[in-house]
Design a protein around this ligand. Structure first.
Ligand SMILES: Nc1ncnc2c1ncn2[C@@H]1O[C@H](COP(=O)(O)OP(=O)(O)OP(=O)(O)O)[C@@H](O)[C@H]1O
Length: 755
């Protein structure tokens, strides 16, 4: 067929009628409409249950019975359209019918990817990619898809929910189009399904009494296929509109109220406008077609009476209950069948093609110049001269011819070329705009990715350092446990020593009591006044010694108390438990052990001193006995004894002083130990705080990782929709390329998943 020229074959809108099976509700009564379908599946004879007289007659391109299969419907109604689109025609397939009559079932099908039940749209997509993979390898294809809906007289972009009120424009080369409608490049069937699913999620559906998932809007799925022949650089673009209209329902039957009622009124209004346009197109009288009276008719302007090959599928219920709607639908179909379209191949001059044309023109002119020159030379050689008048005539003729040619060209080609050039320029500007936008989008995305990578790196470092700290903490805990064990042992040893010390003190007290008794006895035995005197002196001495002794005892008692206090204060069970919790440095723990050792040593020394005291007391006892035996020997010997006693006393005093200084030293030690304990407690607190901070950091890091992993997973899912929502990189497919049968959108691998 000649390019750019009207398709003489099948300019009329094709109308296909499909009856769906009875649904559950209708099957209860089982009453069927009185329909008779001719054997050639083209004519319907309908005997109305309400009107008597002749049956109503309808004629369509094909009538599908209730048992029809999705594949059959596609082959007859839509496949010829998609084949035409692949030749560069515009095509439209749209479904019309009352609510729940099977429009969506026919157009989309219950499952996009089920080969049995998939509807017209997915089957068309399959055909497109099949044809691409079977075409010549020097043909380059670019397939773009858009998805929108008309809801309450507003065009909503289903691939970008922010675009809620798109405008319809018209231009000489593009025809009627929706401005700023999102277009996504696709390279495989699965890309298209992804986009369809994404768009379907954004669609307006609502339940009516007649259908639980009723379409409340008209949906338009647009596939644009541009093919460029890389040999002659010719380009063609075919647009395929796939329209699922909202149900043509009777408001009363659907039980619609409130918002649903508004919707229903609006749907009915736009469908009435569609009917009016069809009526105006077919009544043979109308000079004005009211395309602009509704968004739906405006968008479908080319599909109805314009540059498009169009198929209308009317869907009907076979139930008697829906007889009125079915008759109305059949009448609508009959009207639409009379619409004449003027489809033409949308040929585009590519820049290369225009250059070729220019080169051809130049060559032609050069040829002509050469011929003129040759003729002039011939004339000259014959001695002749081209007469002025003739030259003038020729010039005039040529000029006239050139002008006429130019006029002709201008009329025939140049207008078109200029328009094409204009179109190419607009397209290039648009593409530049798009690529600039894409560049910024890619840049933004890259920045985001870099940011994410930075975060991941930082978190990984944090986790690493936390992990490094774990063995240290484990070692600390182990050390603490060891220290506690050692302290426990030390405590037990100290307690047993304290017990021994107590025993010795008790023994000492007992011995002092005995000594007292002995002295009393000696006093009573003394008879002579000199002796008594000496004895009395000695008694005084002993008394003072006893006083000193009792002082010693008090001191010892005090010391004992101090030791016990020290033990209780320094190492009570609770303290040990506290220490157990502390994270003490090894050096400090060792110091503490040394302190303990010192204290034990100190105690040992003191016990030794007490033993020495005991020995001294024993000596005193011996002296007393000696005094007893020497009493009779006179004062001299008594004096001697007294001296010995005095010496003993001096010794005892010295010991006492030593004990006092040791006691004060012990007090200082105690203070020091207490200070150290405080320091250790503080350090422990700091360590505990640090530990809980680290723990928190670790938990935050883990949470962040989980969050990042989730974000990354979401991003990878989002990325899998790159062609849907974020970036739209031009994908070209070479003819004969089987890759177009495979998915081109690959899900990014989740870096945190096990796999
Ligand atoms: N040819 C068919 N074979 C089997 N089931 C069908 C057929 N046509 C429609 N159905 C079923 O009938 C119900 C209604 O169909 P569908 O949703 O396609 O109607 P609709 O015309 O698109 O309705 P609405 O205008 O409310 O969106 C669905 O459950 C669908 O599966």
């Amino acid at each position: 067929m000649e390019e750019g020229k009207e398709d003489s074959v099948g300019g009329n809108v094709k109308v296909i009628c499909r009856f769906r099976p009875l649904n559950e509700r209708e099957a209860i009564t089982g009453d069927l409409i009185g329909v008779n379908i001719s054997d050639d599946n083209k004519n319907i004879s309908l005997q109305s249950s309400t009107e008597s007289g002749e049956p109503l007659k309808f004629n369509f391109d094909y009538v599908f019975r209730t048992t029809s299969q999705q594949r059959q419907v596609y082959e007859i109604s839509a496949k010829p359209i998609v084949e035409a689109v692949m030749q560069g025609f515009n095509g439209t397939v749209f479904a019309y019918g009352q609510t729940s009559s099977g429009k969506t079932f026919t157009m989309t099908g219950p499952d996009l990817e089920n080969p049995e039940t998939m509807g017209v749209i997915p089957r068309m997509v399959t055909t497109v990619f099949d044809m691409i993979s079977n075409s010549d390898p020097y043909i380059e294809y670019a397939v773009r898809v858009s998805y929108c809906e008309i809801y309450l007289e507003k065009i909503k972009d289903l691939l970008d929910i922010n675009k809620t009120n798109l405008k319809v424009h018209e231009d000489k080369t593009k025809g009627v189009f929706i401005a700023e409608l999102t277009e996504r490049y696709v390279a495989a069937e699965t890309d298209v399904y992804e986009i369809m699913k994404y768009g379907l999620e954004n669609r307006n559906v609502g339940s009516t009494n007649m259908n639980s998932q009723s379409s409340r809007s008209h949906s338009i799925f647009l596939i644009t296929i541009t093919q460029t022949n890389n040999r002659d650089y010719m380009a063609k673009t075919g647009k395929l509109y796939l329209v699922d209209l909202a149900g043509s329902e009777k408001v009363g039957k659907t039980g619609a109220t409130g918002k649903r009622l508004d919707e229903a009124k609006n749907i009915n209004k736009s469908l009435t406008m569609l009917g009016l346009v069809i009526y105006s197109l077919t009544d043979g009288k109308s000079t004005h077609i009211p395309y602009r009276d509704s968004k739906l008719t405006r968008v479908l302007q080319d599909s109805l009476g314009g540059n498009s090959k169009t198929a209308l599928i009317i869907t009907c219920s076979p139930s008697l209950y829906n007889e009125a709607e079915t008759i109305s639908t059949l009448r609508f179909g009959m009207r639409a069948k009379a619409i004449k379209n003027t489809p033409k191949i949308n040929r585009e001059y590519t820049v290369a093609e225009l250059k070729l044309m220019l080169a051809k023109c130049r060559e032609e002119m050069a040829k002509k110049d050469r011929r003129i020159k040759m003729l002039e030379d011939q004339l000259k050689s014959l001695g002749g001269k081209v007469p002025e008048s003739y030259v003038k005539e020729i010039r005039d003729d040529e000029e006239g011819e050139v002008e006429a040619q130019a006029e002709n060209n201008k009329n025939e080609d140049y207008d078109e070329i200029i328009a094409e050039l204009e179109d190419v320029r607009t397209k290039l500007t648009e593409e530049v705009k798009i690529s600039k936008r894409m560049e910024t989008e890619v840049k933004d995305k890259m920045e985001e990715v870099n940011l994410c990578n930075g975060k991941i790196f930082q978190l990984t470092q944090e986790i690493k350092s936390l992990k490094d700290k774990i063995p240290d903490s484990t070692q600390n805990i182990q050390d603490r446990e060891n220290l506690i064990e050692r302290l426990q042992v030390t405590k037990e040893a100290l307690e047993s020593e304290r017990f021994l010390l107590n025993q010795k003190i008790i023994d000492l007290e007992k011995k002092i009591g005995e000594k007292d008794a002995e002295i009393h006895e000696i006093t009573n035995k003394s008879s002579s006044p000199g002796q008594r005197n000496s004895v009395n002196n000695f008694k005084d001495l002993l008394k003072s010694e006893r006083e000193i002794n009792s002082g010693y005892q008090k001191e010892i008692q005090q010391l004992r108390q101090n030791v016990s206090d020290l033990l209780n204060k320094k190492c009570p069970e609770s303290r040990i438990n506290e220490i157990m919790k502390d994270e003490i440095g090894r050096r400090e723990r060792d110091k503490w052990v040394d302190e303990r050792k010192k204290i034990i040593l100190d105690l040992q020394t003191r016990i030794d001193k007490v033993t020495e005291l005991e020995i001294a007391l024993d000596d005193a006892k011996v002296n007393c006995k000696a005094l007893e035996s020497y009493m009779s020997e006179g004062e001299r010997s008594l004096k001697k004894k007294t001296d010995t006693l005095e010496r003993n006393l001096e010794q005892l005093t010295l010991m006492y002083q030593q004990l006092i200084s040791q006691k004060s030293q012990l007090g200082v030690d105690k203070q020091l130990t207490e200070k150290r304990l405080n320091r250790m407690t503080d350090r422990n607190k700091t360590l505990e705080e640090e530990n809980s901070r680290l723990q928190m950091l670790y938990e935050t890091a883990e949470m962040k990782i989980a969050q990042l992993s989730e974000e990354s997973f979401c991003n990878s899912n989002k990325n899998s929709r790159v062609s849907i929502g974020v970036m739209n990189i031009k994908k070209t497919i070479m003819g004969g390329n089987p890759a177009s049968k495979r998915p081109s959108v690959i899900l990014a691998k989740n870096p945190f998943s096990e796999e």
